[in-house]
Write a protein that binds this ligand. Structure first.
Ligand code: ADP
Ligand code: ASP
Ligand code: MG
Length: 409
C-alpha cells in the first residue's frame, strides 16, 4: 500500500465528464488499497473568468477581495469530484484550504504556505476516505482567504505531500511529462524520463509553467518524490524529478529550453556613473516588493551610463512611475524608456560545464536568424537572453534544433 498525493490541473477537471474520468482514476488507485489525497484546480478557464470579472468592476482589483473571489473556482471542483467519487461508491470528503487549514502569510494573490494542519486529514485517510483538497488557496492567521499565485495548486499538492510524508506527489496534467521545451511551441520536443531538481527549478523560474516554481522549491526542501504525468493516458511513467545526477549516464549538455513573456524592460538613460547609483535606482523598487530580474549597465561615456533592468509585466507601470517620479529627478538621469514587448529565452542544463561555449553557440544560432539580443544573463546551469517578443517562438525552435534536443538519447 502506498500513500499518494495526486494533483489534477484545470484541463484535467475542465468538464463534468473529465471530473468523472479523474474520479475513475482515483477510484482505481483507491481500490488497489492506496491512500490518496487529491488536490484539484479550478475548471480550465474559470480562474481567468473570475479575474476578468473583477477587472470589470475595479481597475486594480482589491487583492483581498480578489482572493475571496478566485478561490471559489477550486471550491466548485472539490465538491464535484467528491460527488463523482461517491457515485462510484468511494468514501470521499472535500476540504477548502481554510478547512484543512493551510496557513499562509497575508500576501494576497501570492501568499506563501507557512504550515498545514494534518491531523484530521490523516484521520480521514486512516478511516478509508479519499481526501480532496482545493488547490491554490489558504488562510492567513487572521482568517482571511489567500491564494498562492497562478499555478499554485501544484504547490498545494507538494506541500501536502511534504507535510503528510506521502510516498509520491503526482502532478497529473494535459501533457505526459516534462519536455525539452513546451511541446505546444515545438512539436518535436521530447519527453524527459527524468530531470534533476536543479534543472526543474531553473526551468520553472525561467518560465516553464508546467510546474509552479514554489512547488519545485518545496519538493527540494522536503525531498518530496515528484512526478509529472498525463491525466488523459492510462499508462506512462511521466517525468520524475530526481535529486541526484545519474553518474552512469552521459549528461546531455542542455536539457531544455524555457521561455517567458512575463517581463518588461526599463532603461534609465544618461545616469551619472558613480558609486551608489545602482542602489539609488533599484532600492526604491525593492522597497515596494517589486522583484528585479535581469540587470545591465553599459560602459560610461563622459561619466554617463545607461542602466536597464527587467521586472514582471504586472509591475511595469508601477515601476515606471517610481523611476520617473522619484528617481529620475533625484539622480538627474536624462530619460526613462521602457517596453513590455520582450521575451526571455533560456537554455538550461546541469551538463553545461563551460557556459561560454554554450552562450557563443546560442548567439551564433540567433544571429543566423537575424534575432537581436537585448540582454544576457548566465549562471552555472543556464544562459538567458532577452529578445523582441515577436522572435520568441522562432528563437526557441532554432535553439531546440541547434542543441539536438529532438534526438532520442
Ligand atoms: P495544469 O492546468 O494541469 O496545471 P498547466 O497548463 O499549468 O497545466 O501546465 C501544463 C502545460 O505546460 C502544458 O500544456 C504545456 O503547454 C506547458 N509547458 C511549458 N513548458 C513545458 C515543458 N517543458 N514540458 C511540458 N509542458 C510544458
Ligand atoms: N486555478 C489556479 C490558476 O489557474 C491555480 C492552478 O490552476 O494551479 O492559476
Ligand atoms: Mg499548472
Amino acid at each position: 500500500m502506498a500513500f499518494y498525493v495526486q494533483k489534477y490541473g484545470g484541463t484535467s477537471v475542465g468538464s463534468t465528464e473529465r471530473i468523472k474520468n479523474v474520479a475513475r482514476r482515483v477510484a482505481r488507485f483507491y481500490n488497489q488499497g492506496h491512500q490518496i489525497i487529491v488536490v484539484v484546480s479550478a475548471m480550465s478557464g474559470e480562474t481567468n473568468r473570475l479575474i476578468t470579472l473583477a477587472h470589470e468592476v475595479q481597475e486594480s482589483p482589491d487583492p483581498r477581495e480578489l482572493d475571496v473571489m478566485v478561490s471559489t473556482g477550486e471550491q466548485v471542483s472539490i465538491a464535484l469530484l467528491a460527488m463523482a467519487l461517491k457515485a462510484l461508491n468511494v468514501k470521499a470528503k472535500s476540504y477548502t484550504g481554510s478547512q484543512v487549514k493551510i496557513l499562509t502569510d497575508s500576501a494576497f494573490t501570492k501568499a506563501r504556505i507557512l504550515d498545514i494542519e494534518s491531523n484530521h486529514i490523516r484521520a480521514d485517510l486512516d478511516n478509508g476516505y479519499v481526501v480532496i483538497v482545493a488547490g491554490f488557496q489558504g488562510i492567513d492567521e487572521k482568517g482571511n482567504i489567500t491564494t498562492l499565485g497562478r499555478g499554485g495548486s501544484d504547490t498545494t499538492g507538494v506541500a501536502l505531500a511534504a507535510a503528510l510524508k506521502a510516498d509520491e506527489c503526482q502532478i497529473y496534467t494535459d501533457v505526459d511529462g516534462i519536455y525539452t521545451t513546451d511541446p505546444r511551441v515545438v512539436p518535436e520536443a521530447r519527453r524527459l524520463a527524468s530531470i534533476t531538481f536543479e534543472e526543474m527549478l531553473e526551468m520553472a523560474s525561467l518560465g516553464s509553467k508546467v510546474l509552479q516554481i514554489r512547488s519545485v522549491e518545496f519538493a527540494g526542501k522536503y525531498k518530496v518524490k515528484l512526478r509529472v504525468l498525463s491525466s488523459f493516458e492510462e499508462e506512462g511513467e511521466g517525468t520524475l524529478i530526481t535529486f541526484e545526477e545519474d553518474g552512469n549516464m552521459e549528461q546531455p549538455v542542455i536539457s531544455g529550453i524555457a521561455f517567458n513573456r512575463d517581463e518588461a524592460k526599463i532603461t534609465v538613460l544618461g545616469v551619472p556613473d558613480h558609486p551608489g547609483v545602482a542602489y539609488q535606482i533599484l532600492g526604491p523598487v525593492a522597497d515596494v516588493n517589486i522583484d528585479v530580474d535581469m540587470i545591465i549597465q553599459n560602459v560610461s561615456h563622459d561619466d554617463l551610463t545607461d542602466f536597464s533592468f527587467t521586472v514582471h509585466r504586472n509591475d511595469f507601470k508601477k515601476t515606471m512611475n517610481i523611476i520617473r517620479e522619484k528617481i529620475q529627478p533625484h539622480i538627474g538621469a536624462r530619460d526613462v524608456i521602457g517596453g513590455d514587448r520582450i521575451a526571455k529565452v533560456s537554455v538550461v542544463g546541469v551538463g553545461m560545464r563551460s557556459h561560454a561555449g554554450i552562450a557563443s553557440e546560442m548567439f551564433r544560432v540567433l544571429a543566423e536568424e537575424g534575432i537581436n539580443i537585448q540582454m544576457i544573463a548566465t549562471s552555472e546551469i543556464k544562459v538567458s537572453v532577452v529578445v523582441d517578443e515577436k522572435y520568441m517562438e522562432l528563437a526557441v525552435r532554432v535553439l531546440h534544433k541547434a542543441f539536438n534536443l529532438e534526438q532520442a538519447l
